[in-house]
Design a protein. Structure first.
Length: 602
């Protein structure tokens, strides 16, 4: 029977494995037949236990494994029913039932063992994960507290610039950490020492007024500043060991980009474990915020102190300037009074001098006509000198009167159509002798195209005469003087005439070019002053250019000078520019002072 079951069963099962769709039935059937023949189930049991371990490890559904004997029994019953008679088929099934039941028991037992081991492993994994989750929660809570502390520090340092208030808030937040019992913040002072700026926590009064020279090399505080890294308190040999009294301590340097600012020190009780990396990182982050805030606060303090000092200096300077201004006002009033007195004196002196000068000039002319005088050459020469000196003195007096009128703004003009060319040619004739004596060439431009201008011809002639005499004085013998003029277009169809007196003289330094138009101003040394209207570098009262400027200004014009420099060797020359409007804005009539006589030309 067993041989028949083996032969028929194997052959039939080979035909039905495609229906069962798994080779495990073939293997199980082979072990089953072997157990029926030999009565030994060890190989079948081992195969089933391996199957359970393999399938459970692959998360295989156990119900499918336990169904192996039932599915095989159903398949065998179908095959045996086809191959055997009913009685023989029942005999075969009766023979297989105990072994199939045994297989089911082996599967259940193997599954129980495997799942128990897997459950124990899962329990261990869950316990490990639970511990890790608790640790992660603690770390998260610690990180949250640290972030909250850093946020509080950030808000505090951004809301105040008071150094002590800011440092106190930072130390209070750091000492609130469960692992920190005391926190002190040391600041670098201007005396190159470390001084406790603030201390919070247990025994904070012990740290009051403690200082440490920066030159001390045996302290973890100074090492932190030198190395720019955090340092821990050594158990022996530290200069501050007695102050920290065996505490666990760590120093974190506060640094700016350019200099050390101080040190933050955290402490714990002697029995405490050394600070871990998370605490160190937290304090490091807080210290970096403190360094930025401290530098800003110190900068603000310096700026505030600087502003206060500056305000005090400004107040002092303002007070000094007020006194100077008052003194200047008094000086200006004195100068104005002196100027008025001088102008009055000049005016009075000029008029007082004109009366005797008129008498001298009149009697000199009478004597000049006397036959006795004309017959004596010596007396003629003496009388000629008297007349010439009187005319020179008269000219000076007239200039003094003109300056007085210009200062008093009472110089009135009588504008009339005037030819610039006629004035220039008359000027050349008047000074021909002086030009000849000095061997100076006078070059005149073409004035025929110039329009007539509305000007006081007598006053304008006075301007041109002063400019030509000035050119003669400061041009060396053998030099040249050029007078030229042209029209200029102005705004709103205004027309101007520009007259230029250019010489090949010794020139004028730039710093003197504005001041030469001031009355009595002398460019040379007064001690070397020499009299003479046309003598080279001959002096005068210093009124000619001042009068010229006053007359030009009264006409609504401008006058200025251009010269590279003063040089008596290279003679760079000077150019005096006079710009006058063609249509004069003046419509008043001049009131002149009376003349006793008109001076004759040289």
């Amino acid at each position: 029977m067993a041989e028949l079951m083996r032969k028929g069963g194997l052959e039939s099962l080979g035909r039905t494995t495609r229906d069962l769709r798994h080779h495990v039935f073939l293997i199980y059937y082979d072990r089953l037949c072997q157990a029926v023949v030999t009565g030994e189930t060890d190989e079948m049991d081992g195969m089933l236990r391996n199957l359970v371990r393999e399938r459970v490890g692959q998360n295989y559904d156990i119900r499918q494994i336990l169904q192996f004997p039932l599915e095989l029994k159903s398949t065998l019953w179908r095959l045996i029913s086809q191959e055997f008679a009913p009685a023989d088929a029942q005999e075969v099934l009766d023979l297989l039932d105990p072994i199939l039941d045994h297989s089911t028991g082996v599967l259940v037992e193997a599954y129980a063992q495997v799942t128990e081991a897997a459950l124990n492993e899962r329990v261990d994994e869950l316990e490990f994960l639970t511990q890790r989750l608790a640790q992660a929660g603690e770390e998260r809570e610690r990180a949250f507290r640290q972030l909250h502390s850093l946020y509080t520090i950030s808000r505090t340092v951004s809301s105040t610039l008071d150094i002590r208030e800011m440092l106190g808030a930072i130390a209070s937040n750091l000492v609130a950490h469960p692992a920190v019992d005391r926190c002190s913040i040391w600041l670098v002072t201007s005396e190159d020492t470390l001084r406790v700026g603030v201390c919070k926590g247990q025994g904070e009064s012990d740290m009051a007024d403690v200082t440490l020279p920066l030159s001390t090399s045996s302290s973890f505080l100074t090492r932190a500043l030198r190395t720019r890294k955090r340092q821990r308190l050594s158990s022996q040999g530290d200069a501050l060991a007695s102050i920290f009294d065996g505490h666990t301590a760590m120093a974190i340097p506060m640094l700016s980009e350019t200099r050390p600012l101080g040190v933050v020190v955290i402490e714990a009780e002697p029995q405490a474990v050394s600070f871990d990396s998370s605490i160190a990182s937290f304090v490091q982050a807080a210290t970096e915020q403190a360094a930025v805030a401290l530098e800003n606060a110190q900068l603000y303090t310096r700026i505030t102190r600087f502003n206060q000092d500056l305000e005090e200096k400004v107040r002092q300077r303002t007070s000094e300037l007020e006194e100077i201004n008052k003194e200047q006002e008094r000086t200006n009033r004195d100068l104005e009074r002196l100027g008025r007195t001088m102008s009055d004196f000049i005016n009075i002196a000029a008029h007082e001098l004109k009366t005797p000068l008129t008498l001298i000039h009149g009697y000199s002319n009478i004597l000049q006509d006397d036959s006795t005088i004309r017959g004596n050459p010596m007396l003629v020469k003496i009388l000629g000198g008297i007349i010439k000196g009187g005319e020179r003195l008269y000219d000076i007096i007239e200039k003094m009167i003109d300056v007085s009128m210009i200062d008093g703004q009472i110089l009135h003009l009588c504008p009339a159509p005037t030819s610039v060319g006629n004035l220039v040619h008359t000027l050349a004739d008047k000074n021909a002798q002086a030009l000849q004596e000095r061997r100076l060439a006078l070059l005149l431009g073409d004035f025929r195209e110039l329009p007539y201008i509305e000007a006081d011809s007598q006053r304008l002639f006075q301007v041109f005469d002063n400019l030509l005499l000035n050119a003669i004085k400061y041009t060396p013998d053998g030099g040249s003087i050029e007078i030229d003029a042209w029209t200029l277009e102005g705004e709103a169809e205004e027309e101007w005439v520009e007259v230029v007196f250019a010489d090949s003289g010794i020139g004028i330094d730039i710093e003197h070019q504005e001041r030469i138009f001031e009355k009595f101003y002398q460019t040379g040394r007064v001690a070397l002053h020499s009299s003479g209207k046309t003598k080279f570098k001959g002096g005068g009262p210093g009124l000619g250019l001042a009068i010229a400027k006053g007359i030009v200004d009264a006409h609504g014009g401008k006058i200025w000078v251009k010269s590279e420099r003063h040089d008596e060797q290279t003679c760079p020359g000077s150019q005096f520019h006079v710009v006058l409007p063609v249509k004069s804005p003046i419509r008043t009539v001049e009131v002149r002072s009376p003349f006793s006589y008109a001076p004759t030309s040289d």
